[in-house]
Write a protein that binds this ligand. Sequence first.
Ligand code: IPM
Ligand code: SF4
Length: 479
Amino acid sequence: MVKTLFEKVWDAHIVAPETDNTPAVLYIDTHLIHEVTSPQAFDMLRSRGLKVRRPDRTFATMDHSTPTTKPGADGEYQFNGDKEKQQVAKLKNNCEEFGITLFELGDDRQGIVHVVGPEQGITQPGKTIVCGDSHTSTHGAFGALAFGIGTSEVGYTFTTQCIPQRKPKTMGIRVDGQLSDGVSAKDLILAIIAKIGIGGATGHVIEYFGEAIRRLNMDERMTICNMSIEAGARAGMIAPDQVTFDYLKDRPYAPEGEFWDKAVEDWSQLYTDEGAEFDQLVVIQAEEIRPMITFGTNPEMAIPITSVIPEGAAEHALDYMGFKANQSMINKPVDVVFIGSCTNSRITDLRAAAEVLKDQRVAKNVRTLIVPGSHLVKQQAEKEGLNEIFTQAGAEWREPGCSMCLGMNGDIIQPGQICVSTSNRNFEGRQGKGGRTLLASPATAAAAAITGKVVDPSQINTMTLASSKPVSSKNEEVA
Ligand SMILES: CC(C)[C@H](C(=O)O)[C@@H](O)C(=O)O
Ligand code: SF4
């Protein structure tokens, strides 16, 4: 029988099939946890005298509430408040008590859960992966079936390594052709969500395929799968290929030696069979995609950066943003730029930002925060000198974590401020009460940082060369 990629992974993990009255029981290979959605599940275990069934398949990191400033001279981290400090301390205690591997503050492996899992080789093709976090869809970039779960399901996974699940429908999104120069994976996924809508993939698992997807590196594939949830999808998946295997080879938790060879053999079977059908199919032409930006308060409210806010866009959203239909987004003034989050905080994202920021200065009054997704990303960026480019430009180079994506750690924007952000959600107040978020790619965010306004990143080189801004002495040395 021909099967889609999703069906292959789903079928291989069914412990008990779905009936009219009961959902399927799905075996979970890997359980990722963080400090925000795990405490109640651990409390449940304690109150019932239960253990974690597979601590060896459970991995924890701290990311949402962690400070992005370095610890003080005394080694103490400066938390936003007691609540955040306790949340992090609780995770550490819980992991010790239940024998779970934790990538804690100060550990080189610490970072955003959706950056760390792949980076450590914990995320692998064909696996079922859950986490009490909606952007778990990120891991589907490896051909895993990965989705977010609620706190009670975190409890089920702790106790049984299984969860009850209704089988989702499938949606194929085929992206033909090649993305144009200067158009990123972030632009592609924003364009996809603008097209199908925030509810467009509700109840479905999306598989992305086609030439343009094949050409993406793993960081880019993760950007795409990360935002699947913003179209309502249960998960996003991309069939693994040589790009996937090359990424995973020699990662700490990847199989070794003969186990590696066997794994690659198995993983190579993970694709949608010829003739297998999706419940829905969407076709996109890559050449038509332009750099994108959002203008509203959900990720579907996105347009090519050079076009205008459409007539008929939700008025409430436009009021909140302070924008009007038919206006161009170009030249809108910007107060803050945030480059980070599980969507765009990996090394290739930072390289893209550095390319724009090199030998430039961040505009006066624009606060620019650059937050690597993990310590290993941070170390790699520093090895390449990207941190120098950022700090010389006047941007803040921070410690890893979710940071201003959600502002749980205190990295927030002020009421009324406009922030160009590489994150995945532009909901009202998400980055701080009254704050206004414009979602975009790292290149677009970096271009906004140096000009202090929304600009087409493809225009940036011409623009900066044309302007005779005074350059810092450091820049003269470089030149
Ligand atoms: C805190 C967590 C539950 C939440 C999520 O599930 O997505 C967060 O990561 C987010 O991005 O809003
Ligand atoms: S970076 Fe943002 S979207 Fe990703 S897990 Fe953290 S808060 Fe959620």
